[in-house]
Every structure is written in C-alpha cells, then in structure tokens.
Design a protein around this ligand. Structure first.
Ligand SMILES: C[S@@+](CC[C@H](N)C(=O)[O-])C[C@H]1O[C@@H](n2cnc3c(N)ncnc32)[C@H](O)[C@@H]1O
Length: 279
C-alpha cells in the first residue's frame, strides 16, 4: 500500500465524519487497512466509495482500525511501580481522580480498581475511563472476559497482588473470588458488581484534546495508545494531559512509550512514570 493510498483512506474518513487519522503512524494503519480490504473483499477504491456512502460502515471501520489488545494487570512489574511509586504518594489525599485514556475493554480499569481496594483506597478514588471505540466501552461495562484464553490474567494477578517485590517479607493471599468469579464450564471470568459500578465511562477522541469529564486528574494512565500516533500527535496529546493533570499529578504510559521529544521542563521522570513539574 502506497502513502497516497493511505491518504485516500484518511481523507474519506475525515471528509465524512469527525474522525481524523492523519497523524496516526503509517505502519499500523496500513496493516489494519490491508486487513479491512481482505475482510470486506474490496479494493481500496471500493472501500473509499463505501466510506463516503455508508455512515454505519464508516463507524465500523473506525472501530476496526484501532487496536484493542489489553489484559488484566498487563505488564505486572509496571503495576508494582504504580502501587509503590505513585499511589502510595497520594494515599493521604482526601480524594484521588484517575483517568484511563484509551481504556479498551476495561481490564486496565479493573486492575487498578482491584489494586486500590487492596490498598484500602477504593472508596476515595474517582475512576474515569474513555475510548474512541464505543464497542469496547460497552464490553468494558460488562466486565466479562473469556477464561481459558486469558489464563495469564491469573498469573498477572498473583504477581501484582500476592508477591510484593518492594517488601519480600510481605506475601499476602488474595483470593480471586474477592474480585471476580471464574466459571470454567461457561469459560467466563466475571468482575464483581462493586467493581463494575465504580468507573464512569465516556467516548472520547484523544485527537480532539477535549477533556469532557471536565475535572483535573491526579493520575492519567494512557498505556499503549500513543504508539499508534506519530510524534506530532503524541506531543499534542501529552500537552493535553499535562494541562489536565493536577499540580504534581502523574502520567503513566505503556512499557514501550516515553516522553522522548517532549519538552523536558514539563515533567519529572519518576522511574518509568512522569510527574507534572510545577514551579
Ligand atoms: C492497545 S489498546 C490499550 C488498552 C489499555 N490502555 C492497555 O494498555 O492495555 C489502545 C486503545 O486506544 C484506543 N484509541 C485509539 N485511538 C484513540 C483515540 N484517538 N482516542 C481515544 N482512544 C483511542 C483504541 O480504541 C484502543 O482501545
């Protein structure tokens, strides 16, 4: 697929909706479009024609080009750091506002909620979550996941909650049933109601840089989202997060993401995380 082909696709979306993929990284976008062509049995011209004519199809294509891979306690070592290097520092606050930007199907949201409950902070935390894709938000709200396909959820859970890498003498036994039920017959993991009822979900397009939650945050997690944007858009979104963090608030990015190329005077690097710098 040529760059000009990519341009045709991006223009068709942009010209017929409010979505703008102009500043997504080419590589991932190309791969997703190629898959779309195969799945829809059309060539690029046919795809562009359909995007112009069929609003419902366009909405579906927008959902299909975004990557929704996620898991419970993804990158367990990062969660140990979030616990000890971030949340511990905020634990004495009256309330803590947390935003999962690009929450996908909700596993990251429930991971944090579970961890907060183990730390005794669940009730004082306000949890917000957003994504561009309304299908994944609907999925997240149900809190129901496949069991056999996701056995690593349990080992991640054990690694984060039962092994305390910051204090080896303290090994706690946390039962899965405290947070979710496992039904092997129906192949389901079901998050408990108190977890499902906690987050406020909203559709939000990060490209637009509008915080429709209308509040500032103590912690913003935007993990494994910026890798799909080009450097210009990454910096624009990071700037937007900076503005929507409270004084000394934390920004958490994915394992392979960083603030490289972003002005150094705006954030302090704290281990793998970033803390808003305020004069
Ligand atoms: C790979 S998932 C990451 C999920 C989770 N944060 C994690 O790390 O496991 C990326 C998510 O970003 C969302 N996304 C992509 N572009 C977006 C945009 N412009 N605005 C909001 N969300 C977006 C996708 O729909 C997808 O659910």
């Amino acid at each position: 697929m040529e760059v000009s082909d990519l341009g045709l696709f991006i223009d068709a979306i942009k010209g017929n909706s409010s979505y703008d993929f102009s500043n997504y990284s080419d590589k991932s976008l190309k791969r997703r479009i190629e898959r779309l062509l195969v799945e829809n049995k059309v060539n690029l011209k046919g795809l562009v024609h359909k995007l112009r004519k069929d609003k419902e199809f366009l909405e579906q294509v927008v959902k299909d080009v975004t990557v929704n891979t996620t898991e419970l306690f993804r990158d367990p070592e990062a969660w140990q750091e979030i616990r000890h290097r971030i949340v511990n520092k905020l634990k004495d606050k009256e309330s803590i506002n947390i935003w999962h930007a690009g929450c996908s199907t909700g596993q990251e949201v429930y991971s944090f909620a579970i961890m907060l409950n183990e730390m005794g902070l669940f009730n004082k935390c306000n949890i917000y979550a957003s994504d561009l894709n309304t299908d994944v938000i609907d999925f997240a709200k149900k809190g129901e996941y496949k069991y056999r396909f996701n056995l690593n959820y349990l080992s991640n859970f054990d690694q984060v909650l039962k092994e305390n890498t910051y204090n080896y003498s303290e090994v706690v036994d946390v039962e899965y049933e405290k947070y979710f039920t496992i039904d092997k017959k129906t192949d389901k993991i079901q998050m408990k109601r108190f977890l499902i009822e906690k987050p406020i979900y909203k559709k939000m397009d990060l490209v637009k840089c509008e915080n429709t939650f209308l509040i500032p945050f103590d912690i913003i997690l935007c993990r494994n989202v910026l890798i799909y944007f080009n450097l210009g858009l990454q910096n624009k979104v990071i700037d937007f997060f900076h503005k929507n963090l409270k004084t000394n608030g934390f920004l958490v990015l994915g394992k392979h993401e960083s603030l490289l190329g972003y002005p150094e005077n705006k954030f302090d690097k704290k281990g793998k995380f970033y803390r808003r710098k305020d004069a």
